[in-house]
Design a protein around this ligand. Sequence first.
Ligand code: UD1
Ligand code: UDP
Length: 380
Amino acid sequence: MAKPHRIKVMPIFGTRPEAIKMAPVVHALSADENFELIITVTAQHREMLDQFLRFFEMQPRYDLNIMREGQTLADITSRAVEGIDKVLKDEKPDLVLVQGDTTTAFVGALVAYYHKIPCGHIEAGLRTGDKFAPFPEEINRKLIGAIADLHFAPTLRAKQNLLREGVPERSIFVTGNTVVDALLWTLQRLPEPNRTNEGQRMILVTAHRRENWGEPMERICKALRRIADKFPDVQIIFPMHKNPVVREVAYRVMGDHDRIKLCEPPDYFEFVRLMRDAYLIVTDSGGVQEEAPTLGKPVLVLREKTERPEAVEAGVVKVIGTDEEKIIAEVSRLLSDEGAYRAMQRPVNPYGDGKAALRIKQAILHFFGKAERPPDFAPQ
Ligand code: UD1
Ligand code: UDP
């Protein structure tokens, strides 16, 4: 008997958050005989990508190895265009999958379009409405939204953003965010909390965004140092992004403080453990804003705007910007005012229920005429 045609799917990704959020989809599709998977990585990140390829046991067929120190947006774009173009010409997949808002994701969608290959966008429809915040991610998302044939919106809000831009409703699927799938999978495998630092309150910090390079990063680091000085029971842990631009400021301003730990970016087990055991999280990360609410951890966001308003509206995430005095005031409030802290400490799940990858799989099967349309994700 002839073998059924398998849908040839090419996930294209290149950075840490894309690897984490693509992993549940890779595993869901790999486990289904309807699909043949050809993983292509640009390696826009190198070490931070490899960490997660190993962690989630994903084997790329193509590795374009494009990362350079100090790469500009144009560098990443041009190297990724050239590499992806060749891979798509050779492999001719039935569907390209991209995730989120990075330059790799944008270029993956663009070159798929050049080859007239359908494109699925995971985490579609997030918007701030400001083309420079986050930069360049807001525009990357809008451009991918104009190209993609399948839009996997994590929330109803994201779907509405797409509808407002004229995206046809039948091509939008509300799936939840795959980061919740990855987080729940990891949490189930975590050992018990680390009790060695009892009596201390740990603040977990990450910062890397392009719009925070330079002056804002100086202000963030100075504020953190003053917070550590002001609260003797506070320990700050800052797993540093590999970017030398971020590291230089962090080492110079905070490197000699005995209660500020600057460390290498840990793997996902360790980072999830840190989020779970933290008293408070201070970050400019997109993914961390989505994970912390599931863990019931208050988050203060080091940005002027967020494209993830759902947890802000639920009262568990607060956008505070990067003014030094404002950061100190907001962190001090949560450290000193029990009521304010408790109000932000509720676990909520606006971003997903752990089944996003299964909905995405079914939506792809539906697109190829092999399944019913999946029901939309609705938060409980
Ligand atoms: C990129 C994404 C951003 C995402 C972030 C996740 C773009 C334009 N930006 O920003 O949307 O939030 O990833 O972390 O797509 N580096 C290393 N090793 C690594 C990774 C980075 O040395 O494993 C250094 C390199 O010097 C590189 C620099 O970091 O040039 C910046 O990397 P890049 O991907 O350009 O920007 P990110 O700030 O990481
Ligand atoms: N993360 C991690 N180790 C770290 C910092 C972040 O595993 O040291 C994870 C985090 O849990 C989230 C993702 O990486 O899932 C977010 O990546 P990042 O902040 O680099 O990118 P963004 O989400 O802002 O695009």
